[in-house]
Design a protein around this ligand. Sequence first.
Ligand SMILES: [Fe+2]
Length: 187
Amino acid sequence: MEIRNTPAFSFPLPFSLSGNHLDAYEKKVGALGASYLHPIPSELQEKIAYRVVSIPAPTPAVAGTLNFGVTYLHPYTVEGEYSFTRGHFHADKNYDEYYFGLSGEGFLLYWDGKDEVFAEKVFPGSVHYINGKYAHRLINTHPDDIMAVGACWNVLAGHDYETIDRGGFPVRCFNVGNQPVWKEDKQ
Ligand SMILES: [Fe+2]
């Protein structure tokens, strides 16, 4: 598993996106059941896996209109597998995206849909430029802390969740002795 260097900046922390007129949605762990290697235990089914808070993009959208949001990924494991976001490709792979770590720690997993798969460490102040050709997924490796990650992307990028829902990513990340261990996943 290749871990590439992560550029970083700094800014006042802690960070929280709050205010009026924000959009928000929550994903429960049970809704991610098919994405984990092992079945979701009943006590986790109704827990919040992650919450996404975003600033509604200006309307009408034009070619350059941007979305901005923050994902709060909760810490839990499923038979040792760290919590993660569903992950997606962009519907239009010409559109790139910025992610930036705000709090907590974990990984950003990239996959080109073929043989190239790698991750970058995510931490407060980390900056991640996501080329639109890569599917991307966040993984929270902290035992207790919520991982907060900001994102900025073009409204025209769109989301292709179905490709990941069908076959997942080629690797999974597990807590083994309080260390992240990557394991290949059969496609
Ligand atoms: Fe994206």
